[in-house]
Write a protein of this length. Structure first.
Length: 279
């Protein structure tokens, strides 16, 4: 079986499909079978063969057909309707004074239903809004509340690094991110510097966390006394990427940078003997 990744929607998740007998390449537009019926998608990677003896995590649905001119026109029409519903919904939300932020509008490929994504800090009574939209567009409306991280993924933007947000560019799932990851990497704990556009901790904090965990397993911790080729001192901070320490020398209290290789292994800690000797 050949497996191909297909992105559904403008910034949707990439799902694996059984490409069947179709010869596909990145950029091809296809119609696929989903739980909600037929959907329009774009091939995002080259088809790959399923490894023998390794069943997929779930039963893969098939690529129904390669999109033709009518399918592409229908998708463009859906996008136009989505824009109309978005504009109308935005005005209605303001008119009804609803405590919610409109994020995106998605119309199913067959036009049977429209999903409206919104963000809100609490529960919202949107019954009047739905009634208004049904009367205006004569279609089924589903309201779906999402969190701030999914909001950033759908809206997109640029991160503090100057690049497209990871969540909107390629991340399929949101991994847990904690302040412990920032501490482990000796990053500033200033929320403005470690928070993303969504206001939550940046997803990229998780990228190198495992490397830092492994790299710091067998090295002395900050605050420990160590003997080095340049003298004995107390570790003040690490630079894991450069594999160096900054230590304060006992002899002069001078701060110097030494590499991991400068540490004298198996050196016994020097302690001052108390008067009275052994007890």
């Amino acid at each position: 079986m050949k497996i191909v990744g297909v992105r559904l929607g403008k910034s949707g998740k990439i799902y694996d499909f059984d490409s069947g007998h179709f010869v596909l390449k990145p950029g091809d537009k296809v119609i696929v079978n989903t739980e909600q019926g037929k959907a329009f998608g774009v091939v995002c990677d080259k088809p790959r063969m399923q490894e023998e003896g390794t069943p997929p995590e779930r039963e893969l649905k098939q690529v129904y057909r390669i999109a033709d001119k009518k399918d592409i026109e229908k998708n463009e029409k859906n996008c136009q309707v989505e824009n109309e519903i978005y504009s109308y919904s935005y005005d209605s939300i303001n008119r009804l004074s609803l405590e919610m932020s409109l994020i995106a509008v998605e119309r199913l490929f067959d036009g049977s239903k429209v999903v409206i994504y919104f963000a809100s800090e609490g529960r919202v009574d949107f019954r009047e809004l739905v009634k208004d939209l049904v009367q205006q567009f004569h279609t089924k409306i589903e309201m779906k509340q999402i969190g701030v991280r999914h909001q950033a993924k759908m809206v997109g933007g640029l991160g503090t690094c100057g690049r497209q947000l990871c969540c909107s560019a390629y991340l399929e799932n949101f991994a847990p991110v904690s302040i412990k990851m920032a501490k482990k990497q000796n990053l500033s704990l200033n929320p403005a510097k470690i928070s993303g556009m969504c206001g939550r901790l940046m997803c990229c904090l998780a990228y190198e966390y495992n490397y830092y965990n492994e790299a710091q397993k067998n090295i002395p911790k900050v605050g420990k006394m160590v003997d080095t080729k340049k003298g004995r001192g107390k570790i003040l901070r690490h630079n894991v990427l450069k594999q160096t320490f900054v230590i304060s020398l006992d002899s002069s209290e001078e701060e110097i940078e030494v590499s991991y290789g400068d540490i004298i292994e198996n050196s016994a800690p020097k302690e001052n003997n108390k008067e009275g000797g052994n007890q």
